[in-house]
Design a binder for this molecule. Structure first.
Ligand code: KG4
Ligand code: ZN
Length: 354
């Protein structure tokens, strides 16, 4: 039974977890910085790295003590190598390197997106997902549709050509003067709104399995603001984003209609890809997979088994990093101690062997 310590610091969560055999959660500690960043309406990189540096040692200590094991009992240390904010990534990577040296344990550099994929393997009661499968990763930074034929075997079928799904939620949330992050807050107000009140466009895309959300965001802006934002001279960027909501706009209806349009696009392409590649299951992961409308709409669109993580594993955490680490560890892969951060790092079949 492997025991892997996972460490995650790519964005605004400092997290550490101990995972047994790639699926049993012995501990899972997440220190969120959301309150720190809320006042800026988004993640502020400098503040993020400082907060990671302040929190990481205590977070890792807590994960180890909650798991009730010594460093001796660990098989390896898995840490997020990228993609993400470089300053934030380096805090986790340098801490993990120091720990690996001090404890003489192997180190594994993990792709954050691969981590989101492996959040679906943290299921003690259920059988593990069956290959070949389709994974939709929908987070604040990424929207990716992947075909996975085996562990570490990823074929990218498509993804967003502009904004990520979570990013669209966050930008529209800001436009509607909702608190950060936009996703859960849009979902909350949308539950009381009419999703048919506004018809927002479903974007045309180049590839059959690509997504595009910036047109949707612009359409919401046109419907809800006094004048096209770009025409308003003499207003600061933050005023342009927050101060111009038209008084007759129903925030609930806009939120519901926007959510409906975005979810429809995600589900449409995912269902088509599942059919085209004849997969045995569909997996959804990442922060936006917490969205109830997305889960329900996907459920109705396919007869295939559908999995999404429990709510606490949808958003960033280190349990998923340790789970991905388990599969790398048993495949005999190790990352040399002098590895660098990869702020931009795609997930494809090369990723696994790097
Ligand atoms: O995976 P994650 O924690 O971080 C990244 O790796 O980016 O995802 C965060 C994103 C944010 O954009 C947030 O607005 C979105 O996930 N999100 C949601 C919901 N909960 C979080 N979007 C829609 N509905 C939700 N319930
Ligand atoms: Zn993430």
């Amino acid at each position: 039974m492997t025991h892997i310590l996972g460490i995650e610091s790519s964005c605004d969560e400092t997290a550490a977890a101990v995972i047994i055999e790639g699926k049993t959660i012995a501990s899972n500690v997440v220190a969120s910085q959301i309150d720190l960043h809320a006042q800026y309406g988004g993640v502020f990189p400098e503040i993020a790295s400082r907060a990671h540096a302040e929190a990481i040692s205590a977070v890792v200590d807590q994960a180890m003590s909650e798991a009730g094991i010594d460093y001796d009992a660990l098989d390896a240390i898995a840490v997020t190598r990228g993609p993400g904010l470089v300053g934030s990534l380096l805090v986790g990577i340098n801490f993990a390197k120091g720990l690996a040296l001090a404890t003489d344990k192997p180190l594994l550099g993990i792709n954050h997106l691969e981590g989101h994929v492996y959040s679906l393997w943290l299921t003690e009661e259920d059988e593990a997902p069956q290959f070949p499968l389709l994974v939709l990763i929908v987070s604040g930074g990424h929207t990716e549709l992947l075909l996975m034929r085996d562990h570490g075997d990823y074929e990218r079928l498509g993804g967003t050509t502009d904004d990520a799904a979570g990013e669209a939620f966050d930008k529209v949330g800001r436009l509607l003067n909702l608190p950060f992050p936009g996703g859960p807050n849009i979902e909350r107000v949308a539950s009381e709104g009419n999703a048919e009140a506004y018809t927002f466009p479903r974007a045309k895309t180049d590839g059959p399995f690509d997504f595009s959300f910036s047109g949707l965001k612009t359409a919401v802006m046109r419907e809800t603001t006094v004048a096209p934002a770009a025409d308003r001279r003499g207003t600061s960027d933050s005023q342009r984003k927050t101060a111009m909501l038209r008084s007759d706009v129903s925030v609930k209806d806009v939120a519901a209609s926007f959510q409906h349009a975005l979810v429809d696009a995600l589900v449409d392409k995912t269902a088509k890809a599942a059919q085209a590649y004849d997969v045995s299951e569909i997996l959804i992961a990442g922060g936006v997979s917490a969205n109830t409308l997305l889960r329900e709409t996907m459920r109705k669109a396919t007869d295939l088994p559908l999995r999404y993580p429990p709510l606490n594993l949808c958003t960033d955490n280190a349990a998923m990093i340790a789970a991905a680490g388990h599969y790398r560890f048993i495949a005999g892969l190790r990352t040399p101690l002098d590895f660098d951060a990869r702020p931009m790092w795609n997930l494809n079949s090369d990723t696994y062997s790097e």
